[in-house]
Design a protein around this ligand. Structure first.
Ligand SMILES: *Cc1c(COP(=O)(O)O)cnc(C)c1O
Length: 376
């Protein structure tokens, strides 16, 4: 039997103008990890985020999180709090520095960092003689975390927030853009994100000084001298001017991409109205506006989730279990975890469905037929 073309979970969606910016880079021979497209993409994102932020374009979201932790002064041996329900890229940079991850469960409304558990953990760490140096909070699948509650705890205990907004460009909380709430924020332009530079990321800073420091570290910490002079450890974390050209073409259509992803989410919400036992991941109130980077559902059991995933796979349709919580990953199993089984339950029964902004009407029809055959 001939399979129909693959329907991906989230695939790149070009605007058509990317090649114009990439051609500009070739024409000017700016084939380097700096140049007009890098500067232009920084301006594009600063304009989009508003609030007077300073953006450093980097080689990945993970690099942005790494430099974000350094900007917050995290050093080897420090404790860093991190949401457990997330991609490992949120937590790996803690280990790059030799710092010590403290993993925290999610709450049910946004699937993100639970404010109650967060505060309990902070009190417990302080009682043990270790005040955490930073809090990494994530906007999972584009859903804003409980910003007011989390930022209040951050202020109360004077622990800064590193905002992992890798999945949430175009999401807002009370009208303000995700990526701009923490002392530092990280964005990702990996191939599967809402917009892409094939691979890349950005650090959102509150001051020009922070941005300049991040770029200094990202370009091997070159001191001001005619020869190569280094008084700090550096990294090779800047983005290529070619990739940044792709990003410039993508930023022209970011608002359109958000509305297209949200339309896919509406398709699932409408579909599952007739299947009340299935939960579709939705904003808990109008304060929250998700870009719905990925649409996700919670099924009744692990067995049902796996059965649906395999049924879709047979029809050449990609779906994927939710992020496996970091504290359940072998490489993080030895670190403390504070929780109430929320993230474990989400992982057990949750499934991400095809969510790309480039899904066609016939694609959605194909998905609907498979869902019909499975649920009816
Ligand atoms: C994608 C992602 C990252 C890492 O970004 P890269 O650009 O792939 O390095 C970090 N955190 C979350 C939540 C992500 O989804």
């Amino acid at each position: 039997m001939q399979l129909l073309p693959k329907i991906w979970l989230s695939s790149p969606h070009m605007s058509g103008n990317e090649t114009k910016y990439v051609q500009d880079a070739f024409d000017a021979n700016w084939i380097a990890p700096l140049g007009p497209n890098v500067d232009g993409l920084e301006k594009d994102i600063e304009k989009f985020l508003k609030q007077g932020n300073h953006v450093a374009i980097l080689s990945s979201g993970t690099a942005a999180l790494h430099l974000g932790l350094l900007l917050l002064g995290v050093k080897a041996g420090d404790e860093v709090i991190c949401q457990s329900m997330t991609f490992s890229g949120s937590a790996n940079p803690i280990l790059y520095i030799g710092a010590f991850p403290i993993l925290i469960d999610s709450e049910k409304d946004t699937w993100n960092l639970c404010p109650v558990t967060l505060e309990q953990a902070i009190i417990d760490r302080i009682a043990k003689g270790k005040r955490p140096k930073a809090i990494i909070a994530v906007h999972l699948y584009g859903m804003p975390f409980k910003v007011a509650e989390i930022m209040a705890i951050s202020e109360k205990y004077k622990i800064p927030v590193l905002e992992d907004s890798a999945e949430a460009l175009g999401s807002t909380y009370k009208g303000q853009n995700c990526g701009t709430f923490g002392q530092v924020g990280a964005l990702s332009f990996n191939g599967n994100k809402i917009i892409t530079t094939s691979g890349g990321g950005a650090l959102v800073c509150k001051t020009l000084k922070h941005k300049e420091k991040a770029i200094y570290w990202a370009t091997q910490s070159r001191d001001d001298a005619p020869h190569y002079q280094h008084s700090e450890i550096g990294y090779n974390y800047r983005m290529s001017n070619i990739c940044a050209g792709i990003g410039r073409g993508q930023m022209e259509v970011i608002n359109l991409r958000v509305s297209q992803r949200r339309a896919v989410n509406t398709f699932y919400v409408e579909y599952f109205k007739d299947h009340k036992e299935i939960i579709v991941f939705q904003e808990p109130s109008t304060d929250y506006f998700s870009n719905h980077w990925l649409s996700a559902i919670i099924l009744n059991s692990f067995e049902q989730r796996e059965a649906l995933r395999l049924t879709l796979e047979k029809e050449n349709i990609e779906s994927r279990p939710l992020w496996k919580p970091v504290h359940l990953q072998p490489v993080f199993a030895q670190y403390p975890y504070y929780g109430n089984n929320i993230s474990e339950g989400l992982f057990e029964k949750g499934l991400c469905l095809p969510s790309g902004s480039n899904l066609s009407k016939p694609d959605l029809q194909r998905i609907k037929l498979v869902l019909d055959s499975f649920f009816n």
